[in-house]
Design a protein around this ligand. Structure first.
Ligand SMILES: NC(=O)c1ccc[n+]([C@@H]2O[C@H](COP(=O)([O-])OP(=O)(O)OC[C@H]3O[C@@H](n4cnc5c(N)ncnc54)[C@H](O)[C@@H]3O)[C@@H](O)[C@H]2O)c1
Length: 269
């Protein structure tokens, strides 16, 4: 896909951060936008700001963990623009940053409902529409952590690793239908992820406060969400299987592959 003008993109979690950055980058190339978020107020403000800049955009209320909410939101998109061409399955919440045995199982389930099943609902809702048209592109937001897992982020890394597997499987599944699939693996991006997570689930504030500094100093290089949006656009244009954001992550990914290579080398002949 390379001519973006007039294409209709549906972006989840567009009320803030990377979703908003994607929406801004898409608007800049003339796409029509449906921006969805569980935070109605923030996503309405994003739509108003994009509209002021000249974009054709609607906002929709969307809780990605709820299939009925997906059905209603995509029905709104269909009524407004007649179709969806690009799905950015981007909404997500932050990890608790605690030792694996200290993350209550309900928090595992809550995160997985959003960071994994939230994307599955989006796929199950939108793919039939793309198949009917015989074209389209899907971008699933994982994380570089989905490939290079950090300690004390187990429930987040598990969900993001699952999104890599989900995307690879669905990419192969949809290739014969003329539909592209990319998995977006951002490194550190300057967003409100911690704050928006606690706003949605206030009980996590106390759990996070009780955690102590298990993660330690993280010398990450933060980039702006709009940069991720531009890279996403390029990834769609080139139908990249993976969309990365930080060249410095390459060595960490290669180290993971080195460990696998070493395990194959260690096999008896
Ligand atoms: N910020 C980073 O460094 C980083 C790195 C790698 C991956 N990511 C991923 O990028 C995605 C976007 O996060 P962000 O960093 O922009 O954070 P953010 O908090 O700024 O934006 C996330 C948005 O998703 C929305 N959201 C949360 N739960 C939702 C739900 N159930 N239904 C609909 N909307 C919901 C939030 O309200 C928020 O507007 C997430 O999947 C996150 O895991 C972020």
């Amino acid at each position: 896909m390379s001519n973006f003008t007039g294409q209709v993109a549906f972006i989840s979690g567009a009320g803030s951060g990377i979703g908003r950055g994607i929406a801004e980058a898409f608007a800049a190339v003339g796409m029509k936008l449906v921006v969805g978020d569980v935070d109605s107020e923030s996503v309405r403000k994003v739509a108003a700001a994009l509209s002021d800049e000249g974009a054709e955009v609607i906002s929709v209320d969307l809780d990605v963990a709820d299939r009925a909410s997906w059905d209603a939101a995509t029905q709104n998109a269909q009524s407004e623009f007649g179709r969806i061409d690009i799905l950015c399955n981007n909404a997500g919440v932050a990890g608790l940053t605690r030792a694996v045995e200290d993350i209550p199982i309900e928090e595992w389930r809550w995160m997985t409902d959003i960071n994994l099943y939230g994307l599955v609902h989006g796929l199950q809702c939108v793919i039939p529409k793309l198949k009917a048209k015989g074209s389209g592109h899907i971008v699933n937001t994982s994380s570089i952590g989905g490939l290079v897992p950090l300690p004390n982020f187990s429930e987040y890394m598990a969900a993001k690793h699952a999104v890599i597997g989900l995307s690879g499987s669905v990419r192969r599944e949809l290739e014969p239908f003329g539909i592209g699939v990319s998995v977006l693996c951002p490194g550190a991006v300057r967003t409100a992820l911690g704050e928006t997570t606690v706003r949605q689930r206030p009980g996590r504030a106390a759990l996070a406060a009780a955690r102590g500094n298990v993660v330690g100093e993280l010398p990450w290089r933060y980039i702006e969400p709009i940069e991720v949006g531009r890279l996403t656009l390029k990834g769609i244009a080139d139908n990249q299987a993976f969309i990365f954001t930080h060249p410095e992550n390459r060595a960490e990914v290669e180290a993971e592959f080195d460990a696998m290579r070493a395990a194959f080398d260690a096999l008896p002949n």
